[in-house]
Design a protein around this ligand. Sequence first.
Ligand code: UDP
Ligand code: MG
Length: 328
Amino acid sequence: MKGSNRECPVLYLVVPCYNEEAIILESARVMKEKISELIQAGTIDKNSKVLFVNDGSKDKTFALLSEAARKDDSFIVVSLVGNAGHQNAIWAGMMTASKADVVITIDADLQQDINAVADFLECYRNGAEVVYGVRNNRESDGTFKKLSALAYYKFMHLMGSRILKNHADYRLISRKVIDALKEYNESNLFLRGLIPSLGFPSDIVYFDTKERIGGETKYTLSKMLKLATDGITSFTIRPLRIISFAGFITMLFSIILIIFSFIEWLQGKNVPGYTTLLLVTLFMSGIILLSLGVIGEYLGKIYLETKSRPKYLIDCVISAAKEAEDDD
Ligand code: UDP
Ligand code: MG
């Protein structure tokens, strides 16, 4: 039975790829080498594979990958229609890896140390259904990325989220977890928050990060901001509560102000306070607009959820094994 094979599971490495032509062949080589090594060692089943999800790349990534997959049956390419985004690409990979007992998701750029895979599998053998890769160092990141990451974790913490610090999407999940995830239809996907909330037994593996071996980061500022807001709005409504609380406090203050001005009016004093008035107005308009924005963000998410559109569309799947089947 699938999922029961703890000693020698079928492993699928799921690799999202977006415009990675500069590095993809080198990554494929390294990943295949790792898989072969683990098969040799008897750690994983011989049907283990590397599954690339081409996330609507506009460069030669798809051409390179499909050529590799036609020649070598350790590779499978699932090509999506358009750029669905990193989280959705990972999701697509996990959902397509139907023959896998365990899936490990890893970035295409080899920044995450591939040798940690063996440790992931060991934790799985010892009973973990989820194994989180947590990075030891952030040296390979620029100052902006370091600072924004720090601010992000602080903010997420304040907002009441339980995400693991310095864990990106390098993780192992078992068949059980994949099947559980299938029940979650949310289109507002933030795996780093969703997976811990499932509550399966988990473990942590620490690994070193390296520089990208080539190409550039595909996480533009706007993609980072989207991930950050998705992370908050997908599993906490604390910002909405904060707004209500802020509203309540301002209301209290204004009651005090009203009483105060009324007394002054009774005493016949004229308040000159133009600056105060201006500041209060500006400050309040700021808060109101920000609050409307936050509410709008949630409303937008509800709008998207109610549509329940698919998270990704598959254009084609390429694998040597499939070609052989088709030939029959
Ligand atoms: N990626 C993707 N779709 C996107 C953006 C990124 O599939 O829209 C992939 C990318 O190819 C890489 C992984 O997600 O395999 C992480 O991206 P990147 O290395 O650029 O992010 P960083 O490590 O700089 O945060
Ligand atoms: Mg990277």
